[in-house]
Design a binder for this molecule. Structure first.
Ligand code: AVJ
Length: 320
């Protein structure tokens, strides 16, 4: 029997509930009010997102999976074996694991805000891939991405699937891509991006018939209540998911059903009927626009693969 390695865990993120509180309060006081989509993902929020990915209207997850299934071998051929695969927002590590047989990385670095969350998933990864060098890294890579030089054994291949890049504005996305580029020398970035398409399809994906996305959006109010001690009542608010074609983005808001007053220790805010709290942007790109963004960030001309309908794109951007 091959002696199995054990995953290494590095925690570099310290949960700062005080900073969250200041951030939330400042956002709620603004005109219009907003709250960061990072507050969607408590335990229930993560389960609701998983449920969203099963909805018939929410095409991104299964479309991306079909692109990896159809073109994964070609991607791996371009990327080459033996790389250090750095999975940004690894979660349950399922998407990256499916690529291992093709990609044959020598090291797998799973990055997520909490190492705790990665623990069970990485023990399973290690059991299934006894020879792989497995590292869990607890880091908030959205604000800073500084990997110790010795973490990338050879070529760093960054993996950022799911179109999470859409939560950034294009300017923020560019800054993020530049940070990745500066640490990917000799390797590159494999990234999934949701593409521009007719508004009706986009809107259905973010305002589904069962109301799962509505529950996902409203759940942020429970998080805010927990984090700042506010008294939001989800029943006072209505889910809005709208496509803004001029900005190429889905916007999610919570709209007050009637005049609402919200209180929390030290402050309060009155909302008029139909006033909104902006909770998420999900930016959509054309293939041309995203390829240009990658090159503006310093990557070489990317390759890309899409589905038959051209709804989703996977890009391989070498960092030469
Ligand atoms: C996890 C950011 C990729 O924008 O499609 C799904 C989140 N919001 N439905 C997306 C989300 C509403 C999702 N991302």
């Amino acid at each position: 029997m091959t002696p199995s390695r054990t995953p290494r865990f590095i925690q570099r993120h310290v949960a700062d509930t005080e900073a969250d509180r200041r951030d939330i309060e400042a956002g709620l006081m603004q005109q219009p009010a907003h709250a960061s989509p990072k507050y969607f993902y408590d335990r229930l929020g993560s389960h609701l997102f998983e449920a969203i990915t099963e909805l018939p209207e929410y095409y991104p997850t299964r479309t991306e999976a079909s692109i990896f299934a159809t073109h994964g071998a070609e991607m791996a051929r371009r990327i080459g074996p033996g790389a250090t695969l750095i999975d940004l927002g690894a979660g349950n590590c399922a998407k990256a694991s499916r690529m291992f047989p093709l990609l044959e990385p020598s090291r797998y670095v799973a990055v997520d805000i909490s190492v705790e969350f990665l623990h069970d998933a990485l023990k399973r990864v290690q059991r299934e891939h006894p020879a792989l060098d497995v590292i869990g890294l607890g880091q908030d890579f959205s604000s800073s991405l500084d990997l110790d030089a010795d973490l990338i054994a050879d070529r760093g291949v960054f993996f950022y699937p799911g179109s999470s890049i859409g939560n950034f504005t294009p300017d923020e996305a560019l800054a993020f891509l530049k940070r990745v580029r500066s640490q990917a020398l000799g390797g590159g970035l494999l990234i999934g991006v949701d593409l521009v398409k007719p508004a009706a399809i986009l809107q259905a994906a973010y305002d589904d018939a069962l109301g799962v996305t509505a529950a996902f959006n409203l759940n942020i109010l429970r998080q805010l209540n927990r984090l700042i001690g506010s008294d939001f009542e989800p029943t006072d608010w209505k889910h809005i998911g709208l496509y803004d074609a001029a900005e190429s983005r889905i916007e999610m808001h919570l709209e007050a059903r009637h005049d609402v007053e919200v209180h929390w220790p030290g402050a309060q805010r009155a909302f008029l009927a139909e006033e909104r709290i902006h909770t998420e942007n999900s930016c959509k790109y054309t293939v041309e626009r995203f390829a240009a963004l990658l090159q503006e960030a310093g990557f070489a001309a990317p390759l890309h693969w899409t589905d038959d309908r051209g709804w989703f794109g996977v890009f391989w951007a070498p960092a030469r």
